[in-house]
Design a protein around this ligand. Sequence first.
Ligand SMILES: *Cc1c(COP(=O)(O)O)cnc(C)c1O
Length: 456
Amino acid sequence: MTNNTSTILNLLPDALNRLADWQARWHEYEVDDTLRLPEDKARTVLAELVDRLGDNYPFWHPSYAGQMLKPPHAIASMAYFIAQQINPNNHALDGGPATAKMEIEVVAEMARMFGYETHLGHLTSSGTIANLEALWVARHLHPTKAVAFSTEAHYTHGRMCEVIGAKTVEIAVDGRGRMDLDDLRARLKTGEIGTVVMTSGTTALGAVDPIDEAMKLRREFEFRIHVDGAYGGFFKLLAETDALDADSAAAFRAIAESDSVVVDPHKHGLQPYGCGSVLFRDPAVGRFYKHDSPYTYFTSNELHLGEISLECSRAGAAAAALWATLQCFPLTADGLGAILRKTRAAALRWAELIESSEQLRLVLAPQLDIVNFYATTTSHKVSETSRITHRVFEALMNDAEHPIYLAKFNAKPSLFAQHQDLVWDEPTMTVFRSVLMRPEHLDYVPALHERVLSKL
Ligand SMILES: *Cc1c(COP(=O)(O)O)cnc(C)c1O
């Protein structure tokens, strides 16, 4: 893996030389003195930078199985770096014609992945901004109605609803951490809800809301469905395989009928940060973005991405990186899907090991590649389990020989319907949360498991 990465990075000088040939077509000029930088100074600063970066966790390594973090694929980093030499701005065709075309292409590929027959969409700087746009459009369509999301939805939905001035309604979750449809139906009956946010892969648990079942409620009630697939969206690639359970696969297939969907290429799409995306099924929502920029739209009468996005400047390099990546890892079950198939298998493998051990217990069976578990105790008190989670978390991370890195999650009692033996002497229980985002985790899971047991 490391070897392959460096081989790919070795292609960089050649690519930069080709770029320099193109740059040499313009009349020669002297770089200004104010920009000159002595090589020694640059070397010293870069050395200090690398030293300071040593204060990070090893996000690239399978011993890191904590938060939703991992470095981009080398092809994405290189494409980003190369495009950045020109630094196109995808706001307008005036700012980045080539990368704007790449963005339109990759967005069409993602729309195809979700099964949208028509679409309007673009990349964003993050999943939060992408969700904000979808909710902002939803609010234009249902100006007086509320936005509903489950208690396990990402925390930014509530905040973004404050930004757009929309009322919110929280829907309960079922025993698997998915939106509870009985509760949703009861709230829809009041007529107050205009939009429902369904999450295809919640941040804490990786739970997949029953999007297909919610679609059926649209026969009785009129409301929009926005799918937050910031984390889990790319698992759609596995919806026709046996890698997902039947309920999750059906939910992913139903995204084709949703009104809008968000997916973060900077999470499971091998991209550096700064790459989210939002897609609408009905291109007519473009009318809400109408504005008149006096500065930017001059070189072409074709659509400029800035005319259909909330943000102004955006890195064209992000589109270049995603375009190059999808040339190498296309949006198919055997392309990018092959990576997700392994991360999913890693979660199932660890879940099995946890279930067959006396000392650990799963919170819920994983639906994607996120595993939540806790240490069993004789007292069954959640306070004691939380204390063990905190202690073991630190011990694992600070082990001098073989550290591993997990995350923690403060879980509410509603997720433990099948764990009747727990004594809730505190309102929440802190459990381990592990996001297995690297395909190498599949082989590494037994080591992670052994490390956890060794610290109990
Ligand atoms: C990560 C995440 C977000 C927020 O996306 P950012 O790119 O971090 O802004 C929203 N929803 C879900 C489900 C997520 O996992």
